[in-house]
Design a protein around this ligand. Sequence first.
Ligand code: ASP
Ligand code: MG
Length: 426
Amino acid sequence: MALIVHKYGGTSMGSTERIANVAKRVAKWHRAGHQMVVVPSAMSGETNRLLGLAKELAPAKTTAAYDRELDMIASTGEQVSVGLLSIALQAEGLEAVSFSGWQVPIKTNSAHTKARIESIDDARVRAELANGKVVIITGFQGVDANNNITTLGRGGSDTSAVAVAAAMKADECLIYTDVDGVYTTDPRVVEDARRLTRISFEEMLEMASLGSKVLQIRSVEFAGKYRVPMRVLSSFTPWDIDINEEAKSGTLITFEDEDNMEQAVVSGIAFNRDEAKVSLLGVPDTPGIAFRILGSVADANIDVDMIIQNLSKDGLTDFSFTVHRNDFAKTVDLLKEKVAGELGAKEVTGDAKICKVSVVGIGMRSHAGVASKMFRCLSEEGINIQMISTSEIKISVVIDEKYMELAVRALHRAFDLDQEIAADKV
Ligand code: ASP
Ligand code: MG
């Protein structure tokens, strides 16, 4: 008998018919002898609808008072889901009980709309499991030290599920979703993208932060910190498929020291259009200039991703960096105010029509030449690289947005991601 956490996304919970299917699947696992905790999202579209209602009354303000009420509103989506799923399980003949975040409780900090989980008390859940019940816990929500309801940020149910699995030392956390696993890249862009049977947690973390939308990034951080065994799999297989087959399907997130398999050098290609580039031209190349530019950006709570400073000529240099596209106008305006005076620079320009394409692979640690292969591939396609940044297991480039799909396809081919790893390497 194992303790298993299942997480179901909004699409899987999208109608009463689908919820009935989820119940049948959970019942199958329960009848196989497992203790089951289930963490569902709100029904698809529901969180958007709820937040939309608030915005009809008053456009989004970033005051704490407004955000508190957004959490009050948005958290109800998950509350409906757990109640419905519990009823569906009872209709299957199982004993089931649902809890919202505060009833568990899942304690978080007070950062409304993006709260972080601080602790989970599992006593009540354990007691119900010991009574033979299936326990259903709301995703996405928690409670702060002052008993205010909080939410964990969009996609936060993944994090709820992994956190519950970590707190209860579950044997596995299965994330059921509308795709059947983690792919080498987005199959909508590259037709022969391949499902990975396994991916290391570090690669998954990079993929999530670089734009792969399969898992909320915080859930992956949590899984890494507490070494939660985790699998991403489809909720659209027939509910009555063989449980052993189901248990091996999808993509397993592995931890390096327990994974002896030969890794492909590159495991995936991530991309996103969420960033924009800001450049300052003719900046005096003096000590402290990077701090003066980026310090004022940081003071405005704007996150900077890639940074590049050119070689200086006649004491002047150009300085570029990327920010989230939503912060682009604000960043340019802010620097325009300072460009001539405080910064002593010539001009601020920007380009929102860029994208970031990254190759990710843990094998890069032990294989040289990945960067040059990537750059050769892009040059053969005639794609100009505007910025580069690297970490131990990824290389990212900024290119013109219009070449994004071309770049992703070419790189996918260049790194043989459409091929299964050759048997002699396994
Ligand atoms: N319902 C929330 C959202 O739509 C949380 C989740 O689905 O993970 O963002
Ligand atoms: Mg999700």
